[in-house]
Design a protein around this ligand. Structure first.
Ligand code: ZN
Length: 201
């Protein structure tokens, strides 16, 4: 199983990062060990600027390579929410030096994931989601605001990498990213329903 993450997929998030809008999807990967399997997330020692990024996550249903966009919808049927934790200070240092981002993005527990999946009726269905930090809404997203749709992402990624059953795709974060501190609580809401809730230790 692999975890593929799309970067910079919402206009307002690209703006808040002072980053140009991409002309093709940008992706990176996290290993299976990035999944958070407990109720607590432990703040890593190698960063002092850890950011949450709440994202819609798709699960791949069957193997596929070079998937035509008109068939992309056959490769997933449900979604949930996850957090793409990012060590922003480490990432900034990597960017400045032109180095890969893995140590900033792919560390253990960097991908908390809800266990509650909702079925998708069609590719254009609007998925609304929110992230609350300590009870206050900090991110508010809609799948309709993505630069690249679920179907376009699957087509693009599968040009390079074979998708397999059980693979996960984090589809990018909307605006409102920010720091977490030890003691914070994060809660993700999908279509108004709580699907993930954990604490930073
Ligand atoms: Zn992200």
């Amino acid at each position: 199983m692999k975890i593929i993450c799309i970067g910079r997929n919402y206009v307002e998030h690209a703006k808040e990062m002072n980053a140009p809008l991409p002309s093709t999807p940008i992706f990176f990967m996290k290993p299976e060990t990035a999944l958070l399997r407990t109720r607590d997330f432990f703040y890593p020692k190698f960063t002092s600027n850890l950011h949450y990024e709440c994202e819609i996550v798709l699960k791949i249903d069957k193997v596929g390579k070079n998937i035509d966009e008109k068939f992309s919808h056959n490769y997933y049927s449900s979604c949930t929410l996850g957090i793409d934790f990012t060590a922003r200070d480490v990432q900034q240092n990597c960017k400045e030096k032109g180095l890969p981002w893995e140590i900033a993005k792919s560390f253990d527990q960097s991908a908390p994931l809800s266990k509650i999946w909702i079925p998708l009726k069609n590719s254009n269905q609007e998925i609304k989601f929110e992230l609350e930090k300590n009870g206050k809404t900090v991110q508010n997203g809609s799948s309709l605001n993505m630069i690249f749709s679920f179907d376009q992402i699957i087509t693009y990624v599968s040009k390079f990498i074979t998708l397999k059953k059980g693979d996960l795709i984090f589809t990018g974060t909307p605006a409102g990213v920010g720091q977490v501190e030890i003691g914070d609580n994060l809660k993700c809401l999908l279509m108004g329903k709580e699907v993930l809730n954990f604490n930073i230790r």
